[in-house]
Design a protein around this ligand. Structure first.
Ligand SMILES: Cc1cc2nc3c(=O)[nH]c(=O)nc-3n(C[C@H](O)[C@H](O)[C@H](O)COP(=O)(O)OP(=O)(O)OC[C@H]3O[C@@H](n4cnc5c(N)ncnc54)[C@H](O)[C@@H]3O)c2cc1C
Length: 448
């Protein structure tokens, strides 16, 4: 059955909804979510001639993107050439992405990101966003990270402004709750307004899911990565609830890599947000992780296992104890991002024990064994999830796939709601959002 007939049928559904008190709206493309992926999809769809409505459940746009570092990875951007980096290429970028993802990512999707990355960076600049005048390296063969002016906040605000100026409608406090499916095609979205009213949004050409990750959804962790149950996230509260994954799964979409994500095992337990490598450095230089009994409990676990070992402790928390000699090796400045939130104690072991409720006698024995000397320091450590990298399965056209790897007509997805692109890491997340957001928006606008 063709889309025109479905449009007629949807109108009937819409009339039925209206009769029961739900409002209705119609547009070409409905984008769910207004982070980097959703905003890129909306702007690209609009620039390809579509009428676009963004549905955003929060009272503001930007999602996790607002708090991100704003680093965009791409090979071949003019800033690289300006700073004499001429050896890089999309192929080297793709190879780095695969390595970072521990080869758990899909090479075709990875290449799609790497080969379109420069164009995405040029595109945001053409739409009024600016980059800092530098290019940096972080676990990549060549320096290829550019910072958006204003970091993640600048990226989110800049894209939102470009969307509004292009005529995209943004509906805040509007939570998508269900995809409308007719004979295998997605033809709309049911959403809930803050006052509880339901609205049916008809999408004449396509729906783009760009709802971000599921770092805050404990049920999904229980189901797909039970050993991480109880893990917290540093994403903004209320954003990363996994709605897109759940809505997609409900209509038969395939999920991939749901057990993967970027986990920070040595997170600072009190206070949210800022990521710091200091605890990992302090542990490596001779600090000791103890539990409430004052006993060391780590062996030589790496990342995920390290997180699992800490999560197994009471309150999902361990206490990293070290002394001045260890601190000197890492540098006093390393504590700057930890001070002030209540997670750091400096002084006697009694003070450490009293603050964190650790057995003082056993702690003294552990410190003696590790040859730690006063003054002592301790940081409360709790693992957290920085981003989830599993989600909806898509193809290189950003079309969502079902369990048989067939395309679900009318449904596209981009950004952290998708799986298969980052594998076991996330350092290319924002560029992935921009590249696949644009692809999703363009294809949705064309009604593919
Ligand atoms: C502290 C931090 C720093 C980071 N720094 C970097 C970096 O420098 N470089 C990099 O590449 N990556 C970075 N990342 C990762 C990156 O920021 C995220 O992966 C990316 O922002 C995700 O974008 P998104 O558009 O997919 O989702 P989001 O930006 O989270 O947007 C999703 C939006 O969808 C909305 N939404 C969800 N469900 C619904 C629903 N049912 N109805 C309506 N709206 C809904 C949410 O409210 C949200 O606004 C960082 C992450 C963190 C936490």
């Amino acid at each position: 059955m063709n889309r025109r007939l479905w449009a007629v049928m949807l109108s009937v559904i819409v009339v039925a909804f209206t009769a029961f008190g739900a409002c209705a709206a119609a547009t070409d493309v409905v984008v769910v979510g207004s982070g980097a992926a959703g905003l890129a999809a909306a702007l690209e769809a609009r620039q390809n001639g579509a009428e676009v409505i963004i549905l955003e459940k929060m009272p503001f746009t930007g999602g996790t993107t607002r708090v991100a570092g704003g680093g965009l990875c791409a090979a071949g951007v003019d800033l690289q050439l300006k700073y004499g980096i001429t050896e890089d290429s999309p192929e080297v970028h793709a190879a780095d992405m695969l390595k970072l993802g521990q080869y758990r990512n899909d090479p075709e999707l990875v290449r799609t990101v790497a080969y379109n990355a420069k164009h995405a960076v040029d595109w945001i600049r053409a739409n009024g966003l600016e980059l800092e005048d530098e290019v940096v390296s972080y676990m990549s063969t060549h320096p290829r990270i550019y910072w958006c002016k204003g970091r993640g906040f600048g990226l989110a605000e800049g894209l939102a402004k470009a969307c509004r100026e292009a005529g995209v409608t943004v509906e805040l406090e509007t939570r998508a709750v269900k995809l409308v499916k007719e004979d295998n095609a997605i033809v709309g979205v049911v959403a809930k307004k803050a006052n509880g009213d339901e609205v049916v949004y008809e999408a004449k050409k396509g729906v783009v899911l760009a709802t971000g990750g599921f770092g805050e959804n404990q049920d999904l962790f229980k189901e797909y990565a039970p050993e991480l149950t109880g893990i917290r996230t540093n994403n903004p509260q209320g954003v990363s609830t996994g709605d897109g994954v759940l809505m997609g799964r409900a209509i038969g979409a395939k999920l991939v890599d749901m057990e993967l994500g970027r986990i920070v095992p040595m997170g600072v337990a009190i206070g949210q947000g800022a990521w710091t490598s200091a605890p990992a450095g302090l542990l490596a230089e001779g600090g000791v992780m103890v539990n409430k009994k004052g006993q060391p409990f780590l062996k030589d676990e790496q990342d995920r296992d390290l997180a699992v070992a800490i999560l197994a402790q009471p309150d999902h928390t361990g206490y990293l104890v070290f002394d001045g000699a260890v601190l000197q090796k890492v540098g006093e400045g390393s504590l700057d991002r930890i001070k002030g939130g209540g997670a750091l104690v400096e002084g006697s072991l009694e003070a450490v024990a009293a603050k964190f409720g650790v057995d003082a006698g056993a702690l003294q024995g552990t410190a003696n064994k590790a040859d730690l000397k006063a003054p002592y320091y301790a940081i409360a450590i709790e693992p957290y999830i920085h981003s989830t990298t599993g989600g909806l399965a898509i193809n290189t056209l950003a079309q969502v796939l079902d369990e048989k790897d067939d395309v679900i007509p009318g449904l596209f997805a981009a950004g952290e709601v998708t799986g298969g692109i980052q594998g076991a890491d996330q350092k290319n997340a924002l560029i992935d959002c921009l590249v696949f957001g644009r692809i999703a928006g363009r294809n949705a606008a064309q009604g593919h």
